[in-house]
Design a binder for this molecule. Structure first.
Ligand code: SAM
Length: 257
């Protein structure tokens, strides 16, 4: 049964090499290269339908995290969507969980965490800079994930107010500085996960977790290679390094011995 598009929905227009996120507001919208489009046109369509805009045809899709980096407004370096999934997996986040995160940056990791916690969960994101919180908010809204998000201007290493948190996730330059705060905020059995671009940071976080009440400490390197498939020639893409970063995790234990 095709799912129709309603006023108020965010949609993603996809054609190879081009992504546009559009709010179906009922108003007209100017899209660079495509001209002025009356967004009411989309309410006659269903997800998966193709539509001709300008000289190109576009497939109308729900906003996808996989393609989000091509469609969102850019700011600080994002965590790539597949890495976000690994981070959420390492934190063992499920529907309905309460999660604390720092910093928001462009909002990519926040979006992935919001999708995991779902409508009944909560994501409290601390970000030092107002302008990045606003950027993240605009991107998260265009991905249709604003509902469970509780953004806060603040320092994740000092200002966290929540308790009984299931997971504490950090993508900041000095994640080991947030470990004390995580110990206070996490429930027993809750997970701390840091995403870091260098091994030196990884080592600092690992040592910090070992010095605290954490158990099941584990580090992963995150690699990714696209495969290019052509007739008679299948090979890894020449684009990109393949290396993205490291994630380090630990579980909060409570010493009752
Ligand atoms: C690399 S960006 C995060 C990118 C984000 N994970 C994403 O996928 O879009 C790092 C962010 O952390 C923020 N930040 C740095 N130190 C912080 C702290 N102590 N508390 C809260 N935010 C912090 C920075 O302002 C910046 O926006």
């Amino acid at each position: 049964m095709p799912q129709s598009i309603s006023k108020g929905d965010w949609i993603m227009l996809y054609s190879p090499g081009r992504i546009e996120m559009v709010l179906v507001s009922g108003d007209t919208k100017k899209i660079p290269g495509l001209g002025v489009i009356n967004t009411d046109r989309f309410t006659e369509k269903s997800y998966g339908d193709k539509i001709k805009l300008g000289r190109n045809s576009y497939c109308i899709l729900k906003p996808s995290l996989r393609h989000a980096p091509e469609g969102i407004k850019r700011g600080p370096q994002i965590v790539q969507p597949f890495m976000c999934e690994l981070i959420a997996h390492m934190a063992d986040i499920s529907c309905g969980d309460a999660v604390v995160e720092g910093g928001a940056g462009t909002g990519m990791l926040s979006a992935a965490l919001l999708r995991r916690v779902g409508e009944n969960g909560r994501l409290y994101t601390y970000e030092l800079r107002d302008e990045f919180l606003n950027l993240a908010e605009s991107n998260i809204t265009s991905l249709g994930l604003r509902g469970s998000w509780r953004p806060k201007v603040g320092d994740i290493t000092k200002d966290v107010e929540e308790g009984n948190i299931n997971a504490f996730i950090v993508d900041i330059p000095d994640p080991w500085e947030a470990i004390d705060m995580a110990v206070e905020a996490l429930t027993g059995g809750g997970a701390f996960v840091a995403y870091v671009p260098t091994m030196n940071q990884l080592e600092c976080v690992y040592n910090g977790l070992e010095e605290h009440v954490f158990t099941d400490i584990n580090c992963r390197e995150i690699l990714d290679r696209e495969m290019v498939v052509t007739q008679g020639g299948v090979r890894p893409s020449f684009q990109g390094l393949g290396h993205h970063g490291y994630a380090v995790r630990g579980t909060k234990s409570i010493d009752t011995l």
